[in-house]
Design a binder for this molecule. Structure first.
Ligand SMILES: NC(=O)c1ccc[n+]([C@@H]2O[C@H](COP(=O)([O-])OP(=O)(O)OC[C@H]3O[C@@H](n4cnc5c(N)ncnc54)[C@H](O)[C@@H]3O)[C@@H](O)[C@H]2O)c1
Length: 214
């Protein structure tokens, strides 16, 4: 297997979604067909798939189910990673209540919050603990992924506590650039970035239609 770039890694879930949406009788699929369906470059898709699967056969393509398995294995969807959330407010609770993460091999085992009125057990059985127990429970449950959904001012301290307790990857929803030691990965999630692209597109289209009207 070849090494894979971050961009290629981000494209793999798109391929996987497409492959899973194919009719059940689709025994084989070519990289070209995937590229066309997703509006991607043929060469790029071919290279991405070759990095994660050696099932490609000339003129036949890939065995569809085998390719799905190889991509899932590469992405780690076949073994479950446990995670915790800190900040059980609007966003934290929404993530905690979302069942779909299990498809991606992510199990959010618990949440933590500083506000005692937010603590307790949700309808789906997930528990929200006092944040004072964050370090102890992360260590005990050997949690390696931490999800941060606290206000900006609290994010760095929460991150430090997670890392002290053994967390190696942080999914950060707060609008803060976190400082972490080498070996810890921070993945920032920012809806503002996507919104900026949407509103830029909208502004352009409106400008064009105004110019056409003149
Ligand atoms: N990434 C995105 O696109 C995106 C979208 C929406 C919100 N956000 C961010 O997510 C965060 C949460 O937003 P929200 O709307 O859910 O806010 P919220 O106020 O509803 O929830 C925040 C929760 O964090 C808790 N909290 C505060 N300090 C804490 C601490 N030190 N330890 C533990 N818990 C603590 C609060 O008690 C509260 O329950 C904010 O930083 C917000 O900017 C990001």
């Amino acid at each position: 297997m070849l090494s894979i770039s971050r961009q290629a890694l981000q494209r793999l879930p798109l391929y996987l979604n497409y492959l899973k949406s194919l009719p059940p009788g689709t025994v084989n699929i070519s990289a070209t067909a995937i590229a066309q369906a997703l509006g991607q470059g043929d060469v790029q898709v071919r290279k991405d798939l070759a990095a994660v699967s050696d099932r490609g056969r000339p003129k036949v393509g890939y065995d569809t189910h085998g390719l799905i398995r190889d991509i899932e294995e590469f992405l780690g969807y076949d073994n479950v990673d446990t995670a915790v959330i800190v900040g059980a407010g609007n966003l934290g609770r929404a993530l905690l209540c979302y069942d779909g993460f299990s498809t991606y091999g992510l199990d959010i085992v618990a949440a933590f919050d500083a506000d005692y009125t937010r603590q307790g057990v949700l309808e789906n059985g997930k528990q929200i603990f006092p944040v004072s127990r964050l370090g102890e429970l992360c260590e005990r449950m050997k949690v390696k992924i931490g999800i941060i959904t606290v206000p900006a001012a609290a994010a760095q301290k929460v991150c430090d506590t997670m890392i002290e307790a053994g967390v190696l990857a942080v999914w950060n929803f707060s609008p803060v650039r976190l400082t972490v030691p080498a070996g810890v990965l921070v993945q920032d999630e920012n809806m503002a970035v996507s919104l900026a692209v949407l509103s830029q597109h909208l502004a352009e289209k409106l400008r064009e239609s105004e110019e056409d009207a003149v």
